[in-house]
Design a protein around this ligand. Structure first.
Ligand code: HEM
Length: 253
């Protein structure tokens, strides 16, 4: 068999490895890795925040990156999990769907890249933040940015060249077929190279996830919403003359 024939044959060893083996290995590593990390490194489960060292750049870079990536994630949930037949049945044409997905996706992707650029610039230029950056952090940044840039570049290039790829006929049903335990490699093989590289880089990122700072994604401090207030009172002996506001009365100790 020639190399090109193996490339288009959905059952070739290489295609089964890339589009069946890699996804299942990444999903297994993601799940088992998180359980392992939680059991053996509970106190290392942290963002390792560097806010104490620098705030000015962080104040811009962090929300831009986090809101951008949240929107990217929501877009992926919609685009990959909702079949094209459902949106068509709801009266949304493919053209209208793509116009909205492309606009929102590009805004989200650009915000993510802009935020990440500020955060990476900060890591490189602010001395204490650079010293606190490990090799693991650098590998995580490379994988994250590679995935984001490949996704964004492929999406934008397809649209500006007038040939947007209908990924809801290829990448999305292949992605769902993995979770139905009936992986269909012929679907992903119809996608352009950019999407294939984007997806492969995403699987590697998911496999690396539990061993990196990205574990903090699963520790959103939701308890803050319902926990009782913590009341701080001054112990200062040289008190001012201004009357304390309600709830801030002095303890008198
Ligand atoms: C296996 C998992 C993934 C699959 C199957 C996938 C698939 C896709 C597809 C089909 C698009 C095109 C969307 C469009 O044209 O509107 C896309 C775009 C994009 N992807 Fe992914 N992706 C995956 C994981 C990720 C991850 C983990 C990230 C970020 C770390 C990411 C970041 C992006 C970005 C920034 C874009 C550009 C436009 C947008 O925001 O939707 N992807 N991806």
């Amino acid at each position: 068999m020639t190399v090109s024939a193996a490339g288009s044959d959905p059952g070739s060893a290489l295609n089964v490895l890339l589009w069946v083996g890699v996804p299942y290995a990444a999903i297994a590593t993601f799940i088992v890795g998180h359980v392992w990390r939680y059991r053996y490194d509970k106190f290392g489960w942290t963002t390792r925040s560097s806010q104490l060292y620098e705030r000015r750049l962080l104040r811009w870079g962090s929300p831009l990156f986090h809101f951008g990536i949240l929107l990217v994630a929501l877009g992926h949930i919609g685009g990959l999990l909702i079949p094209e037949s459902w949106t068509e049945a709801a009266g949304v044409s493919e053209t209208a769907y793509h116009a909205v997905a492309f606009t929102l996706g590009t805004v989200a992707g650009v915000a993510t890249v802009a935020g990440a650029a500020i955060l990476i610039y900060r890591r490189r230029t602010v001395g204490p933040v650079f010293s606190a950056t490990t090799r693991n952090d650098k590998a995580m940044y490379v994988l994250l940015m590679l995935t984001v840039l490949l996704g964004l570049a492929t999406t934008v290039l397809g649209n500006v060249t007038g040939h947007p790829h209908d990924y809801r006929q290829t990448v999305a049903p292949w992605f769902r077929s993995i979770f139905y335990l009936r992986p269909d490699t012929s679907l992903i093989l119809k996608a352009p190279l950019g999407f294939k590289l984007h997806v492969l880089s995403a699987w590697v990122l998911f496999a690396f996830w539990p061993f990196s700072r990205l574990v903090h994604v699963f520790s959103a401090p939701l308890g803050y919403l319902t926990r009782p207030y913590i009341v701080y009172r001054s112990r200062d002996t040289a008190l001012g003359t201004r009357a304390p506001s309600r709830g801030w009365e002095r303890t008198g100790s």
